[in-house]
Structures are given as C-alpha cells and as structure tokens.
Design a binder for this molecule. Structure first.
Ligand SMILES: NC(=O)c1ccc[n+]([C@@H]2O[C@H](COP(=O)([O-])OP(=O)(O)OC[C@H]3O[C@@H](n4cnc5c(N)ncnc54)[C@H](O)[C@@H]3O)[C@@H](O)[C@H]2O)c1
Length: 367
C-alpha cells in the first residue's frame, strides 16, 4: 500500500517516500533543504544523468540511493517523484513516473509545448495519480492575500492586469540548456513569464483567450549572467538562441486584458516584480521581487489595495524569504496527497499557461 494512504491515526507516522529526477541548483538550494527538514517525508532515490553530480548531491545531503535511470528511480519504493531536469524533459520524466503509479511534482514550466502538457495531464488522469507543477509564487503571503481578496469579490470583476518581472542582469546559465531553445523551450518568457501568466490565469479563473500580441528581443550585451548563478558540473551546451526579453498583451472574454513584460537583461536600476490588478470596485498593487535573485527589494508591505477609493493594507506577514514559498508548496502537495485533494483545477491552469505562452510566441513570429 502507498505509504501516504489513509491509515487512520497512523497516517502521520508513515513518511511519504520521494525520489528526485534532476539534481541541479534548484534541488540543491531549495527542494532538498526543505525536504530533509520534514519529518513526514523520506528521500528514497536520487537520479541525475550526470553521475558525478548525483554522487556529490547524495554526499552533500547524506541521502540516496543514487539511481542509474528514471526507470531505476521509479523501481525504488516511492510515493512521489520530483522532476527538476531541463524543461524539454519534464514531460517524458513525469509521464514515466506517473505510468509507474507515482505522484509527481514537476518543476515549471510544465512543458515546452501544448501537446506535451496535455499528454502529462491525460496520463495523470488515466493513472489516477496527482500531478502538480511547482509554481511557488502562488504561496507568497502577498499573493495569497490578493487571491483571497479577489475570491471574496472585494475588487469586483477583474478587468485588467499589468505585470512584470525585470532583471538588470539575470540570465540563468548563459551557454547551458537554459539558453538553448531545444532544451528550454524558450527564454525569459518561458522561464519568468510562466510565473506571471500562471498568476494571471489563476486569479481570473482561466478566461477564454480572444487575441494575443507579443514582441521578443535578444540582448547581446556582455556580463549579463545572474550573479547568483552557480555552475554545476553539467557540460555547457553551445546554443544561445532564446529571447532575453518579451512584452505582450492579450484580450480575454470577460472582458479582461493582460499586459506583461519580462526580461533577464534590461536597464532597470534593480530587479523587481510587480502586479497591478484593476477590478470594477477596487485596485491592487503588488511591488516585490520573486525568485532567487538577491539584487532588489522585497518590501515589508508588498500588497496595497484600494477598495471604493479607500486604501486597505491587508495583513501580510512580512516579505517572503526565498525558501518560504517552496515550504508552503510542499505542505500543499503533501497534504493534498494525504487528503486525496483534487488537483485538477491547478493542473488545468498549468496547461492553459503553456497554451498561452505558445500563443505569445506565435504572435511574436517565433513559431
Ligand atoms: N519553480 C521555480 O521557481 C524554479 C526556480 C529555478 C528553477 N526551476 C526549474 O527547475 C528545473 C531545473 O532547474 P535548475 O536551475 O536546477 O537547472 P540545473 O541545470 O542546475 O539542473 C538540471 C539538472 O538536471 C540534470 N539532467 C539533465 N538531463 C537529465 C535527465 N534526462 N534525467 C535526469 N536529470 C537530468 C542535469 O545534469 C542537471 O544536474 C528547470 O525546469 C527550471 O525551470 C524552477
């Protein structure tokens, strides 16, 4: 029987067993530190195609066993697989784990094309396993407070959203898979845009897309690598053929319209993230900084609301630390597995985010 299945009072005593496919920086910096600190889970398998990397991560965290393939990983006694490899492999590895009867938490972006995303969802349905995409910004306190205000109708019907995530110098891994379209699916629109577009679709309950416009651009400036990027042993690839900036506008049924701007490299003074949401009764503004970048401010009062013209400061418990959104994400995923929660709406959001990104790339002439 699956370790996390309901077993009455014993439920808390049986740790869920997690295998990890892809042992790069996000796993070393975030997932493994979060997971090894939880008493209710146990690491039960580690796999990376870079064997030296796998051994190094296993030694660093005192965890294992190190597996030789995704199939070998899935043959271990597992409940969950975390997929955290390059984007173009998310679908194949997630589907292998789902087909082995395991639940999957897959890193964002869900997939690099809509066909893969739909196949992942169909496999989860067929196997009756949970599949969730790691979109940690849903768990930031200011984003939670905004979502709650919208769900309670305090802003009225949402008509418009403006959002952006701009980095001064923040290319993650120039010359690695991150900047190779074949492996990453795309550049900053895929990497940072996924987070913003997911929030837009989640906050507005997935409205029907009517039209989309987009421009993408590529900066050839020198020294644009993120200062916080730490190369792993993985061999760099040669291609650097993805966009470093993108701006887009879309109109949805409702009507609802959306503007976004994302950049890995641009002339802002500091890295920053913003969301501005206009409803029929109110207006909300988030000014913060998502992600791992230390360059920028995470203000103490990141969310401000104006309801019928009056400023309201909803109680948001300080600024999110880098790790906090992932701690809550794992709480949500693990509780959801234990409680047999229906993850379908969030999965549908993730599929529609991949579709919307496809539309933006098509509108930009990048087919
Ligand atoms: N949710 C977030 O906010 C967030 C933040 C950072 C990264 N990510 C995502 O996490 C994923 C990994 O990013 P990263 O920064 O750790 O990258 P990384 O390059 O540091 O690590 C990727 C690892 O995958 C390994 N790998 C390659 N092919 C593999 C395969 N077939 N099977 C198993 N392992 C394989 C590589 O050897 C490498 O160790 C990406 O999809 C990225 O978009 C998400």
């Amino acid at each position: 029987m699956m370790a996390g299945a309901h077993t009455g009072n014993q439920q808390e005593e049986v740790p869920l067993r997690i295998g990890i496919a892809g042992l790069g920086r996000i796993v070393e910096r975030i997932h493994l530190p979060v997971l090894v600190s939880r008493p209710d889970v146990r690491i039960a398998g580690l796999f990376d195609t870079d064997e030296e990397r796998a051994d190094a991560v296993a030694r660093l965290f005192g965890q294992g066993p190190v597996c030789t393939s995704i199939d070998d990983l899935c043959r271990q006694d597992l409940d969950i697989v975390l997929v955290a490899c390059p984007n173009s492999l998310h679908a194949a590895l997630s589907i292998a784990a789902l087909d082995a009867g395991l639940h999957v938490l897959c890193e964002k972006p869900m997939a690099t094309n809509i066909a893969d995303a739909e196949l992942m969802r169909a496999t989860a349905r067929r196997q009756q396993r949970r599949l969730m995409i790691a979109l940690p910004n849903r768990f930031r306190p200011e984003v939670r407070a905004l979502q709650q205000a919208i769900a309670e109708g305090r802003l009225g019907a949402i008509r418009s959203m403006r959002c952006g995530w701009l980095r001064r110098a923040g290319v993650p891994g120039a010359g690695t898979w991150f900047t190779d379209r074949r492996q990453a699916g795309g550049g900053v629109l895929t990497d940072l845009g996924t987070h913003l577009l997911d929030l837009a679709l989640w906050l507005t309950e997935r409205p029907e897309l009517l039209t989309a416009l987009c421009v993408v651009e590529r900066s050839d400036a020198a020294n644009t690598e993120a200062s916080w990027y730490r190369p792993t042993a993985a061999a760099p690839t040669a291609e650097q053929d993805v966009e470093t900036g993108a701006r887009g506008f879309a109109i949805f049924a409702g009507p609802f319209d959306l503007f976004f701007e994302v950049s890995w490299v641009c002339a802002v003074p500091n890295d920053a993230t913003y969301l501005r949401v206009l409803g029929e009764r109110g207006y909300a503004e988030i000014e913060t900084l998502f992600g791992l970048s230390p360059a920028g401010d995470r203000p103490a009062h990141p969310l401000r609301l104006w309801i019928d013209g009056q400023l309201v400061l909803p109680p948001v418990q300080g600024a999110a630390s880098t790790r906090q959104p992932y701690e809550h994400l794992w709480d949500y995923f693990i509780d959801g597995i234990r409680d047999a929660r229906d993850f379908t709406p969030w999965l549908d959001d993730a599929v529609e985010t991949v579709r919307l990104i496809d539309h933006f790339y098509q509108a930009a002439g990048r087919v």
